[in-house]
Design a protein around this ligand. Structure first.
Ligand SMILES: [Zn+2]
Length: 328
C-alpha cells in the first residue's frame, strides 16, 4: 500500500494563484482563481445627459480583444434603458445589460440591432428576444449567415465566445418612431454597408447613431457592401440635421468628418481596385499597390484594403464575363 502524499506541484500552483488573486483569494477555491473567466472592460463614456458610448477597440477581431470592436450606445429613458447593438458574445451582452441597468437604474426597454455583423449581434442572448428590434432583412440575414458568423467568431475570438448562441430579434421595424416617454427614437432603414442598415436618431439629444454606415479613423469593412447604395446612404445621412454623430466604429463627432471620410475611403478603394483590374493586374499585384498618404491616419487601412480587393476582384471578374446567349 502506497502512502498518499500531497502533490507538491499542485499546491505550489495553488499558492501562486492565491497570491496573484490578492484580497479575493481567501473567498475562492484555488482552481476557480486559476480558471477565472475572461471579462471585458466596458468603460462607458458619457456623451450627453443620459447618453453613453461604450467604444469598441479600433482593431480587427482577435483572441485578445474578444471581438469588442464595435461601438455600443446606451440611452436612459423614462421607460427604461435603450441600447444600440449588443457586442460580440454572450459574456459581452451580459456585462452590457448589467452596465445599462447600473447607469440608468432601470430595466432594459429596447435593444436595437443595427445590422448582421457578428461584432454587433452576438450579445443578443443577454436580452429578451421581444426587446430586440431590427429590420426584417436583418433577421433574414442573421438566419442565413448566423451559423457561419458563429463558427468564424469561435475560431478567432476563442474562449470569449463560450456559451454564445445567436438569438434573433422578435420586434420588426421599418422606418418610424418609438416613444419611450422622455425620449423618442426614430428608425431609418438604410442599406449599403450591408443589405439592411438600421440608423437611429434620438430627437432629444439630436444624436444620429449611424451604425456601420459610418466609420471614423478606422477603415470601413466591405464584405457585404454595395458601394453605390452606401454612397446614397451617406448622402442621406448628411442631409439629416443632427448635433452629433455616433459611428459604428470610431469616436462620436459633430464635424461631418465621419460621413466625409467614409465616402472618401469608398471612392478611393473603388477607384484603385477598378483601376488595377482594368490594367490587368492580378489580385496579388492589386493588393501590393500603395494607398494614398491620407489613409495613413486610418486604423487598419492596409488590412481592410486587402480584404476589399479579395472580395471586389471576383465581382469585377463576374461583371466582365461575356454574357452567354445574347446576340452579337
Ligand atoms: Zn458592420
Amino acid at each position: 500500500m502506497t502512502e498518499t502524499r500531497p502533490d507538491a506541484t499542485i499546491s505550489r500552483r495553488r499558492t501562486l494563484a492565491l497570491l496573484a488573486a490578492g484580497p479575493l483569494a481567501p473567498l475562492l477555491p484555488a482552481f476557480e482563481v486559476a480558471a477565472a473567466p475572461l471579462a471585458y472592460r466596458l468603460d462607458p463614456q458619457k456623451l450627453d445627459d443620459g447618453v453613453w458610448l461604450v467604444a469598441g477597440a479600433q482593431e480587427a477581431i482577435t483572441a485578445k480583444n474578444g471581438g469588442a470592436i464595435a461601438n455600443i450606445v446606451i440611452l436612459d429613458t423614462s421607460a427604461g434603458a435603450v441600447i444600440v447593438d449588443t457586442g460580440p458574445s454572450r459574456r459581452f451582452g451580459e456585462q452590457l445589460a448589467a452596465l445599462a441597468r447600473e447607469l440608468t437604474g432601470k430595466d432594459i426597454a429596447r435593444v436595437y440591432v443595427t445590422h448582421i455583423h457578428p461584432d454587433h449581434v452576438f450579445g443578443n442572448q443577454a436580452f429578451r428576444p421581444e426587446a430586440l428590434a431590427t429590420t426584417e432583412r436583418v433577421v433574414k440575414g442573421l438566419e442565413e449567415m448566423g451559423g457561419s458568423y458563429a463558427d468564424a467568431m469561435y475560431r478567432v475570438a476563442g474562449d470569449w465566445m463560450r456559451g454564445t448562441e445567436l438569438v434573433l430579434p422578435r420586434k420588426i421595424l421599418g422606418s418610424g418612431v418609438e416613444d419611450f416617454g422622455s425620449r423618442r427614437i426614430r428608425h431609418l432603414a438604410m442599406r449599403g454597408h450591408t443589405a439592411s442598415d438600421l440608423v437611429l436618431f434620438d430627437e432629444r439629444s439630436g444624436f444620429l447613431i449611424a451604425g456601420d454606415l459610418v466609420f471614423l479613423d478606422r477603415a470601413p469593412t466591405t464584405p457585404n457592401a454595395n458601394l453605390e447604395q452606401w454612397r446614397i446612404a451617406l448622402a442621406n445621412l448628411g442631409g439629416i440635421p443632427h448635433r452629433r454623430l455616433v459611428p459604428g466604429h470610431g469616436p462620436a463627432e459633430d464635424s461631418g468628418r465621419g460621413i466625409e471620410d467614409t465616402r472618401r475611403w469608398l471612392d478611393t478603394i473603388e477607384a484603385q481596385i477598378r483601376g488595377a483590374f482594368e490594367k490587368g493586374l492580378d489580385v496579388t499585384e492589386a493588393i501590393a499597390l500603395p494607398l494614398p498618404p491620407w489613409t495613413l491616419r486610418i486604423a487598419l487601412a492596409r488590412y481592410e484594403y486587402e480584404r476589399s480587393v479579395m472580395h471586389l476582384y471576383p465581382r469585377l471578374e463576374a461583371e466582365r464575363l461575356p454574357s452567354v446567349g445574347k446576340p452579337g
